[in-house]
Design a protein around this ligand. Sequence first.
Ligand code: PMP
Length: 406
Amino acid sequence: MEAFRKQVREAFPLLQRQVHGKPLAYFDNAATTQKPQAVLDAVDNYYRQTNSNVHRGVHALSQEATEAYEQARKTVQNFLHAAHSHEIIFTRGTTEAVNLVAQGFGKSVFQEGDEIICSVMEHHSNIVPWQLAGADKKLRIRVIPVNERGEADMESYASLFNEKTKLVAITQASNVLGSITPLKEIIRIAHSHSVPVLADGAQGVKCCLTDVQELDCDFYCFSGHKIYAPMGIGVLYGKEKWLEKLPPYQGGGDMIQHVGFDKTTFNSLPFKFEAGTPNVAGAIGLQAALQWVENIGQEKLIRAEEELTAYATKQLQQLPGLRIWGTSARKAAVISFTLGHHHPTDVGTLIDFMGIAVRTGHHCCQPLMDVLGIPGTVRASFAAYNTQEETDRMLSALQTAQQMLG
Ligand code: PMP
């Protein structure tokens, strides 16, 4: 698989660059992935050849742009195995997708004293939108704990439901612990209580093969930039019946059927949720990224990441005082660790000077850090273009950092 990873790597121009005079080993893929040439070309080509506003033009360019944008929607539909393309809403990313659903539930579903269920390992973007949307209804968030391996405690989960439970909002994969949650079982249990489920696929979209119909997921959110696509484009998948039920998120052009000062009626799906000029180039870049993934084969890309994660885990375990946080049986390509009592920022800063890019801190998961009793971790996260050679370099950089820190 090392040869395969090296071959994949060649498609990514940025990975050729150096930082601090050293070859770059980019291990911050859970924050954002680099972009293959195919994605750069698709965006460049769109602006050189097609750029025009969508949906409202009769001229050729506008029609071409509209067709390309709607084709991108179909590509996302096929990638997620959604039943209809109008169940795919383009957003800025996962954060906006969660906010869209949260605001809709705040206006049309939540009643005073209602509850939702989240896990303790949620990213802030799957916590705060619910707090904002539910504040005036005194919405209570009930929390699924994790076991010592960082896996969602399914017994506790099953015990959290009652007649006030209106939603389960849970991650598909933790950006800190790497744990891949048993989404299908989580959804089955929620549905047995007639409660819908929103899955945060920000991390899961790259490391899991996702079929929203097979999962029977009510909502699924992801960000393009975490699966080789540009920033500023993401997706909300919602079952038709839910998207029909929820009110519009923002008002503006394109989301209306007829506007009057007394009364306005709204456009059909998916346009009801896409107010204003959309990120057409982003959608086209996302399409190119998903096609790039599918042309190589997502399963193969996942295997390449998994194998490297296992290799890096073994490497890191050689370091005295290193502790890995999150040892779930099913794990995304993420390794969070602490190195003795050294502050994660010191470790991250030192190895950056050796060309190793990792993320440090709370990773937007402060509630999880509180439960773990640590201020943060160092996080190395992998993509299919990372190599064993690079992880070997990370190991020796960490050894040097450890010596320097004493
Ligand atoms: N959820 C998870 C699990 C994430 O890792 C992230 C990004 N770090 C988000 C949500 C938010 O994604 P975005 O910032 O792209 O909206």
